[in-house]
Design a protein around this ligand. Structure first.
Ligand code: C5P
Length: 235
């Protein structure tokens, strides 16, 4: 089964601070988006990558992709994205040609995911799971709090979930295509990942081991870490 990867890259990345859209920020001199596309194309199973560009930036993203070396065997499509991550993924799915029955959804903001993680996700979908997420155990204990009126005000703690049963979720998340399309057609609440939409359908979602290098570049400190990981790889 040929695999397609959808990469939502339409976010502004406001938490990183001022500058270019997050996906276009560079790591080791190369835009994060290019790293993310290469990470997907590194899997021999992936024959198509759909990049979801900022709504007004599809042309810019296209020329960026043309300017960087990518594996010949991988087709690349660029489509304009939407106002939310969810909408951007949906627009990417709409652009998928027939024949790709397994779909990965991968954040451009996770440029350094190793190919072994990508392949492990694909393998679990091939073995029959309609949705697969790569996960890591949590280093920190997690508290549930009550919302407060003003940011910075002390928040009442209401619960401490058992950490051993919690996982931090990464991407690429892998899906049976028909299941993911149905999820995007059915679920309208705001969600932060695609697998949760499949959960809402009542379909089975399984977790496989993720990788610490698949972390999301969100805040300025993450850029420092990403540069260090890249430098170590180049040794
Ligand atoms: O904001 P966050 O870090 O959760 O974004 C995750 C991914 O979703 C990023 O790759 C970002 O570019 C993408 N995104 C998008 N369209 C939006 C918002 C975010 O494609 N409207």
């Amino acid at each position: 089964t040929p695999v397609a990867a959808v990469i939502p890259a339409a976010g502004r990345g406001v938490r990183l601070g001022p500058g270019a859209p997050k996906a276009l920020r560079t790591l080791g001199g190369t835009p994060m988006l290019i790293h993310a596309v290469r990470a997907m194309a590194a899997s021999r199973a992936v024959s198509l990558v759909v990049v979801v560009a900022p709504p007004d930036g599809a042309a810019e993203v296209k020329s960026l992709l043309d300017a960087h070396a990518l594996p010949e065997r991988t087709d690349i499509l660029v489509v304009p994205g939407g106002a939310s991550r969810q909408e951007s993924v949906k627009l990417g799915l709409d652009a998928l040609p027939p024949g790709h029955d397994i779909v990965l959804v991968h954040d451009a903001a996770r440029p350094l995911v190793p190919v072994d993680t990508v392949d492990a996700v694909i393998e679990a979908v091939r073995e029959g799971a309609p949705a697969v997420v790569p996960v890591l155990p949590l280093a920190d204990t997690v508290k549930q709090v009550e919302p407060v009126a003003a940011p910075g005000e002390p928040e009442p703690v209401v619960a401490t979930p058992d950490r051993s049963l919690l996982r931090a979720v990464q991407t690429p998340q892998g899906f049976d295509r028909a299941t993911l399309v149905r999820a995007h057609e059915t679920v309208t609440d705001n969600v932060t990942d695609d697998a949760s939409m499949v959960e809402q359908l009542g379909e089975r979602v399984v977790a496989v081991p993720g990788h610490e290098e698949a972390f999301k570049v969100t805040r300025p400190l993450d850029l420092v870490l990403a540069e260090a990981v890249l430098a170590r790889r180049r040794l």
